[in-house]
Design a protein around this ligand. Structure first.
Ligand code: ADP
Length: 605
């Protein structure tokens, strides 16, 4: 089984992470931080007061003191107890609020980072992992950013408590405290081993749980439900379910044995400690050097050590978890940024010349290169179809062209200048790119077209673009017109557009930006072939004065282009007009024939 703990690499030391978190809280509200430390009184004094009260009771009984003295002491104790309890609750609430406020700051930091992170890093396995894991730091209710200060301060108070109790016992019997502390350290060390195993167990259980969830979810989904029945996959699922359950039992058994050993050793150590304390104090009582009341008080103090040790161990475990999450969060914040294009698009830019010169490219950690020696030149204003089977590398070419990735070898130039020599913002200004996965933001239709803040949106231009995209009529029929909000996720008054309408919105968006290079990377993949062809022709008409790349695996959709580039095995295998490629009887002609036959058969059926 994969041990998830092995996958995790800390970048910062514990001390660096502690400093980072403490500085964050301190900068937010130092007064509240200090105030929350006053919980020292309830946390340490309350148990001490109850021991003192027991001592007083016994003292009163043994020494035949008056009932009045006892009642006054009890009332006094209840009063102090009540006040300290109220203080404790109050401090708990204000400390929680402090954690919530600090977490919100980290939430903003993460939000800002998500916008600026370099795209190739975001897409890399490490980038994806850190993006996902960094969420945990701000999402946890009982850990991470929200609970760190609470855990840290309680740990601090517990350490102080143990020091105070040690001082009292040390004053009564100096060598006893040496024994008690030595045993406490041993118990603590066992607890740390136990903690480490708990963390490993938790991670293994999480991985196992994901498998369990996968099986449950797949069986629940209707699409999978059909296949499961049609292909008789029940035995496979049953066997997998059995394996996953067995794996879980094995984890429980493996750790159960270790925990039993730790628990037994701890119980033995506690027994040795308590026995030593009893023997020492009983001897003192018998020798008349200790009163029965002091005996109860001192034994209570020694027994109290178990509580302190347990509390400290628990808080150390929580803190370790908080610091690990913090480390991943910081690694996420450290990911490199890209310079964003904040300036409005420059609509005066002329169509560009694009050239790929012996470009080679592999994704990080990939064994096989995606592009192997890709060379082509596109003249300003030319419309190019980039075609090839799925996975041929068409999208990769476009990502390289936009500068989202840099080639491993070779050069990509726009108007003679290498893409790596452009400032990122300057380069991105030259592109209007529409990909399969598009975003419609929960803002107005107008802003979704301009992709600019409301104040900078040119309403007349939006109207013109929507009209060109044949969407204006539909939008104007809506009560709020261009101001209609899209995406029901954030607003109930918003509307959701149909698939075809969304394509038109994308077209309007591309027209609005009016960049000199247009990239259309199958934004119409969800449409049927005829609708895709119609949409592409529409883009073609609208963008006649720009350099445009049309990507599709449906060859009929891009016949109209000036030139077609067929990408095969990482190279440009064929290049020419549709007719030239058909006449050449190469791969393009074969693919075109197969696809045409398929669509003809579909139509006849
Ligand atoms: P196409 O657009 O022609 O369908 P892509 O350019 O999307 O092809 O992908 C080309 C190859 O690169 C595929 O094998 C794909 O699995 C791989 N690939 C795409 N994106 C990544 C990535 N971020 N990391 C690793 N491999 C990737």
């Amino acid at each position: 089984m994969n041990n998830a703990s092995e996958e995790y690499q800390r970048k910062y030391t514990t001390r660096e992470n502690l400093r980072f978190l403490l500085r964050g809280f301190w900068q937010l509200d130092k007064k509240q931080m200090l105030l929350s430390l006053t919980q020292l009184f309830p946390r340490i004094l309350l148990p001490l007061f109850s021991l003192l009260l027991s001592r007083l009771f016994i003292d009163c009984i043994v020494n035949h003191r008056s009932a009045r003295e006892l009642i006054v002491a009890t009332l006094l104790f209840i009063l102090v107890f009540g006040v300290l309890r109220i203080l404790e609750k109050h401090l708990e609430v204000s400390t929680t609020l402090l954690g919530v406020k600090r977490r919100h700051q980290y939430y903003i930091d993460r939000f800002d980072k998500l916008v600026t992170i370099r795209y190739d890093v975001l897409e890399s396995p490490n980038g994806r992992k850190l993006t996902k894991n960094s969420e945990q730091f701000i999402r946890s209710e009982n850990g991470g950013a929200r609970a760190f200060w609470d855990h840290f301060r309680v740990l601090l108070l517990d350490l102080l408590g143990i020091a105070g109790y040690s001082a009292i016992i040390g004053a009564v019997q100096p060598w006893l405290i040496v024994v008690v502390l030595a045993i406490t350290i041993l118990i603590f060390w066992l607890g740390q081993l136990d903690n480490r195993q708990q963390v490993n167990k938790y991670r293994q259980i999480s991985t196992n749980y994901l498998k369990h969830i996968y099986l449950q979810r797949t069986l629940r989904e209707l699409t999978a439900g059909k296949d499961v029945r049609l292909f008789g996959m029940r035995p496979w699922f049953t066997a997998k379910r059995h394996d996953v359950s067995e794996e879980r039992f094995a984890i429980d058994r493996q750790y159960g044995r270790k925990f039993t050993v730790y628990e037994t050793l701890t119980a033995v150590l506690v027994a040795v400690r308590d026995l030593t304390a009893y023997l020492v104090f009983i001897a003192q009582v018998l020798q008349g050097r200790m009163s029965p009341a002091d005996f109860v008080f001192c034994i209570g103090l020694v027994m109290g050590f178990s509580n302190w040790t347990l509390n400290i161990q628990e808080k150390m475990r929580y803190l370790d978890h908080d610091l690990r999450e913090c480390d991943e969060f910081r690694q996420f914040l450290d990911l490199p940024d890209t310079q964003l294009c904040d300036a409005p698009p420059d609509q005066s830019l002329a169509p560009c010349r694009v050239s790929f010169d012996h470009v080679h490219f592999s994704y990080p950690n990939a064994k096989v290169p995606v592009l192997k020696d890709v060379t082509f030149t596109v003249e300003p204003g030319e419309h190019i179809a980039l075609v090839g089977v799925n996975g041929a590398g068409k999208t990769t070419c476009m990502k390289l062209l936009c500068g989202l990735y840099l080639p491993d070898q070779g050069e990509i130039r726009i108007d003679g200048k290498k893409t790596s020599d452009y400032r990122p913002g300057e380069l991105l200004q030259r592109f209007s790119a529409l990909f399969q996965e598009y975003v419609s933001l929960p803002v107005s239709v107008a802003q979704n077209v301009s992709m600019l803040p409301e104040a900078e949106t040119d309403q007349a231009r939006v109207r013109f673009c929507l009209q060109q995209a044949r969407l204006l009529e539909k939008i104007e029929q809506l009560p709020d017109g261009l101001e209609t909000l899209l995406d029901k996720t954030l607003s109930e008054n918003a509307i959701d557009l149909s698939g075809g309408e969304r394509q038109r919105l994308l077209l309007a968006r591309a027209l609005y930006k009016s960049a000199p290079i247009i990239l259309l990377d199958e934004p119409t993949a969800a449409l049927d072939p005829l609708a895709e062809q119609e949409m592409y022709l529409r883009y073609h008409e609208m963008t006649h004065n720009r350099t445009a790349f049309y990507i599709s695996h449906r060859l009929a959709s891009t016949r109209f282009c000036d030139r077609i580039l067929l990408l095969e095995h990482g190279r440009i295998a064929e290049c020419g007009t549709h007719q030239q490629l058909i006449d050449a009887h190469g791969s393009y002609a074969k693919m075109f024939e197969v696809q045409s036959r398929y669509y003809r058969e579909q139509e006849e059926a």
